[in-house]
Design a binder for this molecule. Structure first.
Ligand code: PRP
Length: 215
């Protein structure tokens, strides 16, 4: 088992982009990969093993070394601040981190309230702006917060913009562009460098076509 390269894959929307990318790079992922409920998957006749994790947990599995490699959004990487190497910008699942709110809103109180599932990123952003805000941490459906008066603004991922539109919110400021990255456990990289470099080299040409690459 120790020869296995374990790759942590994020379940959810990044998963499909990541599977597509891996197939393009020549990894023979079985067809049921996208539909199975199994959480540990192996590819026959290969030394690759995949674990399917919540996106927000991928960097944790990689930091602790139970996964050698992971695919994680830059948002999750910045927010979780894990000790992992970020090796390659995969250019997939592109979206942006933004401040959004109701159009023409009037502030409810003297302190600006910001709801987010990215408290670290949001805190850092407003600190850089020199603005003092109250950060309210939520786990999802962030767009609800300004609609029911919990917050003045939100800091969240915007992909198609549909969630904002359908809830009558507007994007006010883009904080940063987000794409998914290949992350690697530092010890794994030392011990399994050859195999990990092999994966990176297979992915690089595919990724380079989309105009991204090594950081
Ligand atoms: C994310 C994000 C936004 C939405 C943006 O939520 O937090 O709510 O997607 O996508 P869009 O611009 O294409 O509408 P997610 O679907 O991960 O669910 P969540 O509300 O549980 O965080």
């Amino acid at each position: 088992m120790t020869d296995y390269i374990t790759i942590a894959m994020p379940k959810g929307r990044i998963f499909y982009d990541a599977c597509h990318l891996l197939r393009e790079a020549g990894f023979d992922l079985p067809n049921e990969f996208e539909t199975t409920r199994k959480l540990i998957l192996t590819i026959e006749n290969s030394n690759f093993r995949f674990i399917l994790a919540k996106p927000v947990d991928v960097a944790t599995y990689v930091e602790y070394g139970v996964a050698d490699i992971g695919i994680a959004g830059k948002d999750v990487i910045l927010e979780s601040n894990r000790n992992v190497y970020e090796m390659l910008d995969l250019g997939i699942s592109a979206c942006r981190m933004a401040v959004a709110g109701l159009p023409n809103r009037k502030q409810q109180s003297s302190v600006t309230k910001v709801a987010t599932k990215y408290p670290t990123i949001a805190t850092e952003y407003f600190k850089k702006q020199g603005k003092q805000v109250d950060i309210i941490s939520l786990n999802g459906s962030i767009e609800l917060a300004p609609l029911i008066g919990l917050s003045d603004y939100i800091v969240d991922i915007v992909s198609t913009g549909q969630t904002l539109r359908e809830n009558g919110l507007v994007e006010l400021t883009k904080i940063m562009e987000i794409t998914s990255r290949l992350i690697v456990n530092p010890v794994s990289y030392r011990l399994k460098k050859k195999n990990i470099d092999y994966i990176i080299e297979k992915l690089k040409p595919i990724v380079e076509v989309t105009g991204v690459g090594m950081d």
